[in-house]
Unconditional design. Structure first.
Length: 158
């Protein structure tokens, strides 16, 4: 038993030293730089963890932070993306019309695949919510209703 325990502890020490020595292993979430994004309604912030979301064919990973009681209008993406809920609560719906009654509640750790050109929408609960998106660039959103697009100068407050 002592030999197995010693072997296990020795393995952990070797693995820990190997990870610490690898310059490719870092904690990229320390000191994230959160910035506004023109793709989403005001209040959302984005932090890039890896890659460049605008480069075609390049893997990127980003986090998106939403304030409490935030609505993400119905939209699609040109490419598939994976979404992991990091913190908070996200209510996700599918279809071309926004309806809070047609959403499912996700809790931290939830993993979702948003398929390319598949209309979906979301809203947050009464706390800040952070998601992590992984996809191949270029990243973009196309709103089903152009009036929802914050890049459109004719957008009206809803």
């Amino acid at each position: 038993m002592k030999a197995v325990l010693a072997l296990g502890v020795g393995f952990l020490v070797v693995v820990s030293v190997a990870v610490a020595a690898d310059p490719g292993v870092t904690n990229v979430t320390d000191g994230l730089k959160w910035v506004d994004t023109p793709l989403l309604p005001p209040g959302a912030k984005v932090a890039i963890l890896y890659g460049d979301p605008v480069k075609p064919g390049e893997l990127f990973i980003q986090r998106v932070k939403f304030p409490a009681n935030y609505t993400i209008p119905v939209h699609t993406h040109a490419y598939d993306e994976t979404v992991t809920l990091i913190s908070g609560k996200l209510n996700l719906g599918e279809g071309s019309e926004f309806s809070k009654d047609k959403t499912r509640s996700l809790l931290p750790g939830a993993f979702v695949i948003d398929w390319a050109k598949h209309a979906h929408f979301a809203w947050t609960g009464d706390e800040e919510t952070i998601i992590q998106i992984s996809a191949i660039g270029p990243f973009g959103l196309e709103y089903v209703d152009p009036a929802d697009d914050p890049r459109n100068t004719a957008v009206t407050k809803r």
